[in-house]
Design a binder for this molecule. Structure first.
Ligand code: HH2
Length: 265
């Protein structure tokens, strides 16, 4: 899943793809590099980010979704936690709703249900402004799994078939650096417990910078590849990344090895 942020302030690619023509060119590049889907977002959810209005968010993503639909034969997801934005995005041709709030907006499930679109349910607590104060867990893996189960129950109640849903532990959303590592290490446990494929969104996030002596976001792609390969080994099957070429190559090679069962010594 290639990341396409149509925002002025995303932590890594903010301001670069606001113009639909630039967004289409970037999506083409990501498709050529091996992306299977492009994820279009109109609101930065980095820690501390101020919210944008639904109107502003829709005004950013809808023209880009329309342009992508016309220019490319590639599935597109919309990264939003607002039902009003999802409704307009689905009408503009989005194939998947990527909801970082796990259906916190009471209207979201009923917007997604009749559309037939796919749904990514990510775990977070609070809002981007408050989430880094909400990192108290008993057992982080069990608690994230239990809270994702609540999101899944909301999807069930709206009649969204389980086959349409992918789950995501929400790396960096109400998590400390250590908790991020524990979650990546335990993706298979969460996936097995809840019976759905797991998506990993670790790309260029601050825990990678912290592990590498404080390198800035634009110097975290090799670290991102490490996180993706480790995640693959522990059960992740979808990967949301900025640098598609590097992740795709690493994951294809890692998968060629990891799909062979380990033999008993
Ligand atoms: N992370 C971000 C945004 N959307 N969606 C899913 N499913 N999983 C994630 O981990 C995830 C996500 C945050 O990263 P980014 O889009 O790169 O930055 P920003 O929020 O500043 O736009």
């Amino acid at each position: 899943m290639g990341i396409l942020n149509v925002t002025p302030d995303s932590f890594s690619d903010g301001g670069r793809f606001l113009d639909p023509a630039d967004a289409v060119a970037q999506a083409r590049r990501m498709a050529a590099e091996g992306a299977d889907i492009v994820d279009v977002g109109g609101e930065s959810t980095r820690p501390g980010a101020p919210p944008v209005s639904a109107d502003e968010e829709a005004a950013r993503v809808v023209p880009v979704l329309r342009a992508l639909r016309e220019a490319l034969d590639l599935p597109v997801s919309v990264d939003t936690r607002r039902a009003a934005v999802a409704r307009e995005a689905l009408a503009a041709g989005a194939d998947v709703v990527n909801d970082v709030s796990g259906l916190a907006d009471a209207e979201m499930a009923s917007v997604v249900a009749p559309s037939g679109a796919g749904l990514v349910l990510m775990h977070m607590r609070g809002t981007p402004e408050t989430m880094q104060r909400l990192t108290d867990y008993g057992d982080v893996v069990d608690d994230v799994a239990a809270e994702l189960a609540e999101s899944l129950a909301r999807a069930d109640a709206a009649g969204i078939a389980r086959e349409r849903v992918v789950l995501d532990p929400g790396i960096g959303f109400a998590k400390t650096a250590e908790q991020n590592l524990e979650l990546i290490a335990s993706l298979d446990r969460i996936g097995a417990q809840l019976g759905r494929p797991m998506l990993l969104g670790a790309s260029r996030k601050s825990f990678i910078g912290a592990l590498l002596g404080g390198v800035p976001a634009d110097a975290r792609d090799a670290g991102t590849v490490g996180a993706c390969v480790a995640g693959l080994a522990r059960g992740a099957r979808l990967f949301r990344v900025h640098d598609v070429r590097a992740a795709r190559q690493a994951l294809d090679v890692a998968w060629a090895v990891l799909r062979i069962p380990a033999r008993a010594p």
